[in-house]
Design a binder for this molecule. Structure first.
Ligand SMILES: [Zn+2]
Length: 339
């Protein structure tokens, strides 16, 4: 089946100094993969656009947006120890958020309920008022807020990037209209996402936090997807499913400590498609986040996009999760009152 894909040359212009792992080659690797695949004919180009001021202000403070905007006037603006901007970073980040919002329009207004935003810089570490972890604007939050503006009522964001999406987590923690689920390595950067955090106030129970020890493999993740993520989706009954798609839990990734294969991303996509079909009229949006091994990024994105365009996953690991992962799943399920 055809899906809408958003890509833009500006994503290659954002660069950070000192051999930074979040580099332009990442997006080139993604585009080469998408151009040379058996499913390339099913990828329909979406029209890239910038996020509007209103869309960014739904997630970020006006002062912070201005501070990112002024970085376009200088060759280098350092935001934190590992996040820096050149003259193009603001344009790239703003375009990436705009494409995430445009993906919402695409799944609502076109005959294609699935969309992929292949962009950089990533977004899930970006907080309301500051940049962090290679991220400036929080694209999945911009998309979720835009979807609510468009009349949808409950947005489910699943984040299986190896890092906890602190920005998405904090921005959604007290809301009941955005459910944030994260599977991430812990302790690890950014240090947030502890066991037992389930949301607060109106958002109570609307955050699923699954902190994991390093070296978790396909069996561990698939077990958690079926035992925790799927039940959370079924109890929340979202009308849009957004995936923060970071491919850095892959065993080849230089920044992550997990052991996922490329093929497991096909299984993730298959389950997400199934859940989106069940609750969201099929509406499913992938927005890329991390993933710093170019080989792993190519292979993993291929596996995911192959399934999004309608191929079966053809991958069922036979093993069982380790005891520590079972224990964590039991605890997380219990704090949510049992899934
Ligand atoms: Zn990451």
């Amino acid at each position: 089946m055809a899906i809408t894909v958003f890509r833009d040359p500006v994503f290659e212009l954002h660069e950070q100094p000192d051999m930074h792992p979040e580099r332009p080659e990442r997006v080139r690797a993604m585009y080469e993969t998408l151009d040379g695949a058996s499913f390339t004919d099913y990828l329909i180009a979406g029209e890239p656009r910038d996020a509007t001021d209103e869309e960014l202000r739904a997630v970020h403070t006006a002062e912070y947006i201005d501070s990112v905007a002024t970085s376009a006037e200088r060759d280098l603006t350092v935001f934190d120890a590992d996040t820096a901007a050149n003259r193009h970073s603001y344009a790239a980040a703003r375009r990436a958020s705009g494409c995430a919002a445009a993906a919402v329009d695409a799944v609502l207004d076109s005959p294609r309920p699935r969309a992929l935003v292949a962009s950089r810089p990533p977004g899930h570490h970006a907080e309301a008022d500051h940049a962090a972890g290679f991220c400036f604007f929080n694209h999945v939050m911009v998309a979720a807020c835009h979807a609510l503006e468009r009349g949808l009522e409950r947005i489910f964001i699943l984040d299986w990037d190896v890092h906890h999406g602190n920005g998405t987590f904090h921005s959604s923690y007290r809301r009941d209209d955005i459910f944030y689920a994260s599977l991430h390595q812990y302790p690890h950067y950014p240090g947030t996402g502890r066991l037992g955090e389930t949301g607060a106030d109106a958002g109570s129970g609307k955050t699923l936090t699954v902190p994991l020890p390093g070296a978790c493999d396909d069996d561990d993740y698939l077990y958690l997807m079926h035992e925790l993520v799927a039940p959370a989706v079924r109890s929340y009954r979202p009308d849009l499913f957004i995936v923060s798609a970071g491919f850095d839990a892959h065993h080849d990734d230089p920044l992550g400590g997990m052991q996922l294969s490329s093929r497991v991303y096909a299984s993730f996509a298959a389950l997400e498609c199934e859940l989106a079909d069940e609750f969201c009229d099929g509406r499913l949006i992938y927005v890329t986040e991390g993933g710093y091994s170019l080989t792993a990024l190519r292979e993993s994105l291929w596996e995911a996009a192959n399934v999004l365009t309608g191929s079966p996953a053809n991958f069922e690991p036979a093993g069982t999760p380790n005891d520590r992962v079972r224990e964590i799943a039991k605890h997380v399920s219990a704090v949510h009152g049992g899934f």
